[in-house]
Design a protein around this ligand. Structure first.
Ligand code: IPM
Ligand code: MG
Length: 353
């Protein structure tokens, strides 16, 4: 039976980059079946809400989700905010699909080593992964409200031991498959939630004696990522810190257009349900011009093969093909070249043949 993939192209360059990723997926496997649905501003324009029930239903019935990007200036001012693409589609989708483990690798391709705006520190170029808790913390805590006639606003950060334990295990498991180094990043000198993280992570770490790990305060981590990015392997952290640090790590690579991401639920046997999307946004300024870099989405598709379908060889084949295309000079606009979206895919497909 083929695997079912829900495709959510979304807004801006989302539709352009997902089209290319599907083409690359089709070239390495015929075991996938794609079902396209509306999300984000595109869904709001079509049916008046950013996450239609049918979209959620199709996602739940699929084995994985491929997402382009959502949002844009056109929908930024919609009231109430729950109807905007980010708050009304992306966050509920993460929560409804239980995608609590967000993996954001930040690595420089050898051919792009000069693109980084940060000089390497003592430990060499960046090659890390941010393991971000994605369905808890201040993004979802209650109450979230205005008080005193709007004079006061409240957001709440909540974490349970269960939430921390499952993401901590994921972080240590991933460290085991990499360089066995982990930094647990928090603000334990101020926040009670961070102190709970420390308690639980210390317990979980008992089961991973082979992983070399330590706590690091988030402000220090932000500084260390610029001072010596190569020191990090796995950065395990809560939702909001992970949001910020993953953008920082991405920028250290010098090319946001290259970075994939996976948001995973609980494992089911060898497979895990996940949503895969580029780390970049919808880039409305360049949408529809055929110049967007599709590589982040293509690499996200490779992550899908690896995590959701246990197709490790196919995933590696795609990653190698991307690396080779860059070695032989492929440069889209964001990388200072003039290759278009289709040219990039063609160069990658040529290396897969
Ligand atoms: C991300 C984005 C989202 C987040 C926004 C769009 C809600 O910044 O995926 O990192 O903060 O999680
Ligand atoms: Mg972000």
């Amino acid at each position: 039976m083929p695997f079912k993939v829900a495709v959510l192209p979304g807004d801006g360059i989302g539709p352009e980059v997902t089209t290319e990723a599907i083409q690359v997926l089709r070239s390495v496997t015929d075991e996938l079946e794609f079902d396209e649905c509306l999300i984000g501003g595109a869904a709001y324009d079509a049916v008046g809400k950013p996450l239609p029930e049918t979209t959620l239903k199709i996602c739940k019935e699929s084995n994985a989700v491929l997402l382009g990007a959502v949002g844009g200036p056109k929908w930024d001012k919609i009231e109430p905010p729950e109807l905007r693409p980010e708050v009304g589609a992306l966050l509920p989708l993460r929560r409804e699909l239980n995608l609590y483990a967000n993996l954001r690798p930040a690595r420089i391709f050898p051919a792009l080593i000069d693109a980084s705006p940060v000089r390497f520190g003592p430990s060499g170029p960046i090659d890390c992964i941010v393991v971000r808790e994605l369905t808890g913390g201040i993004y979802f805590g209650k109450p979230r409200e205005r008080r005193d006639n709007g004079e006061v606003a409240v957001d709440t950060c909540v974490y349970s031991k269960i939430e921390i334990r499952r993401i901590a295990r994921r972080g240590f498991e991933i460290a085991r498959q990499r360089r066995r180094k982990l930094h647990c990043v928090d603000k334990a000198n101020v926040l009670e939630t961070s102190r709970l993280w420390r308690e639980v992570v210390t317990e979980v770490a008992e089961g991973y004696q082979d992983v070399d790990w330590e706590f690091m305060l988030v402000d220090n981590c932000a500084m260390q990522l610029v001072r010596d990015p190569g020191q990090f392997d796995v950065i395990l952290t809560e939702n909001m810190f992970g949001d910020i640090l993953s953008d920082e790590a991405a920028q250290v690579t010098g090319s946001l257009g290259m970075l994939p991401s996976a948001s995973l639920s609980d494992p089911r046997g060898d497979n895990v349900f996940g949503m895969y999307e580029p780390a970049h946004g919808s880039a409305p300024d360049i949408a529809g011009q055929g110049i967007a870099n599709p590589i982040a989405t293509i690499l996200s598709a490779a992550m899908m093969l690896r995590f959701s379908f246990d197709m490790k060889e196919e995933a590696e084949a795609i990653e190698r093909a991307v690396s080779k295309a860059l070695d032989s000079g492929l440069r889209t606009l964001d990388l200072g070249g003039n290759a278009g979206t289709k040219d990039a895919t063609a160069a990658i497909l040529a290396n897969l043949a």
